[in-house]
Design a binder for this molecule. Structure first.
Ligand SMILES: NC(=O)C1=CN([C@@H]2O[C@H](COP(=O)(O)OP(=O)(O)OC[C@H]3O[C@@H](n4cnc5c(N)ncnc54)[C@H](O)[C@@H]3O)[C@@H](O)[C@H]2O)C=CC1
Ligand SMILES: O=C(O)[C@@H]1CCC=N1
Length: 291
């Protein structure tokens, strides 16, 4: 639902709280406000709500508000009439628009953020220094991934110079319950995006290729996909149980057995070179659009 009046926020169909349009002039404060409401924000909000965060404490806006309204229908969050309204009602503002849109949105936000109000940017290829120069306030750059949706995400974060202890608490409130938070520096963020932001897509592509090879050799497609998907999932659970990647490989590969032969074939065909080309391709895009 889009609001008609700038001082009110609406709750989606699944949300219980929030002033009805036409009621009072002050909406309850929202812990998190999202400017941009696409794939990564959907993942973040699903994770937050699944972890018990009240949906009425989340507000979002998107270009036409189609994305924000869809997420409001699904999760019960509030929809704001635009970026300025998100800033007005949220304690922490999260910027998650396309990189090409970010400079314009940041210029719009520059005049509206309150003194000391934290902005967390998920925008790829958008340097911390550029954000700080435009906003003159506390800013954190974060590279999350979509596994936040199931509270198994990872997010690397780099903090600007005006970030204080209280802001770190806000960052942990946003990301700490839905993913592993790794503190890093801005210079590492392009690489982080290439391996972890893109990570779920890369592992999915690897699984698709593996299943495809089984199908090409005669296994039916459904069976192949189930086998590979569950192998991928099980590997993740083993990692979560504390095993390292080499330990998992070592537990599978019997000396002189099938897995050892399979791993050797991968190494002989330069799996590192293949993945290196993938990382380089991602970095190339990132560096070309870096601002
Ligand atoms: N999808 C992912 O796994 C990850 C994405 N990111 C970054 O997060 C940002 C968002 O990514 P996605 O959610 O995948 O993109 P998306 O294309 O799914 O969503 C972009 C959202 O921004 C909104 N938007 C665009 N221009 C706007 C404007 N001027 N004002 C308000 N809203 C506007 C769109 O309406 C849409 O809701 C990008 O910068 C991306 O690089 C970072 C890490 C992971
Ligand atoms: O594909 C992209 O450009 C963004 C950054 C990392 C994940 N998604």
């Amino acid at each position: 639902m889009r609001l008609d009046r700038g001082d009110e926020l609406s709750a989606g169909a699944a949300g219980a709280a929030g002033p009805a349009p036409g009621a009072g002039s002050e909406a309850p404060r929202c812990a998190f406000g999202f400017v941009g409401c696409g794939r990564i924000v959907t993942a973040t909000v699903r994770g937050l709500v699944a972890s018990g965060h009240p949906a009425e404490g989340i507000v979002a806006t998107s270009r036409t508000n189609a994305g924000a309204s869809a997420l409001a229908e699904e999760q019960g969050i509030r929809v704001a009439g635009g970026a300025a309204e998100v800033v007005r009602f949220a304690d922490t503002v999260v910027l998650a628009v396309d990189p090409a849109e970010a400079p314009g949105v940041v210029a719009e936000l520059a005049g509206t953020l309150r003194e000391g109000q934290l902005l967390v940017s998920f925008v790829a290829s958008y340097r911390l220094a550029t954000l700080e120069k435009a906003l003159h306030g506390p800013v954190v750059r974060a590279v999350p991934n979509v596994a936040l949706a199931v509270r198994e995400g990872v997010a690397a974060v780099a903090a600007g110079q005006r970030v204080e202890r209280a802001h770190w608490r806000q960052v942990h409130a946003l990301l700490g319950g839905i993913g592993h938070v790794v503190v890093t520096d801005d210079a590492s963020m392009e690489l982080v995006s290439a391996v972890a932001g893109a990570g779920p897509a890369l592992f999915s592509a690897f699984g698709e290729a593996l299943a495809g090879e089984a199908v090409a050799r005669g296994l039916d497609e459904t069976t192949a996909k189930v086998l590979v998907a569950q192998s991928l999932r099980g590997t993740g659970v083993l990692l979560g149980a504390g095993m390292s990647l080499p330990e998992i490989a070592g537990m599978v590969a019997s000396p002189g057995g099938m897995t050892r032969a399979a791993l050797d074939a991968l190494a002989a065909r330069d799996i590192s070179g293949t993945l290196g080309a993938s990382v380089d391709a991602a970095l190339d895009v990132s560096h070309r659009r870096l601002v």
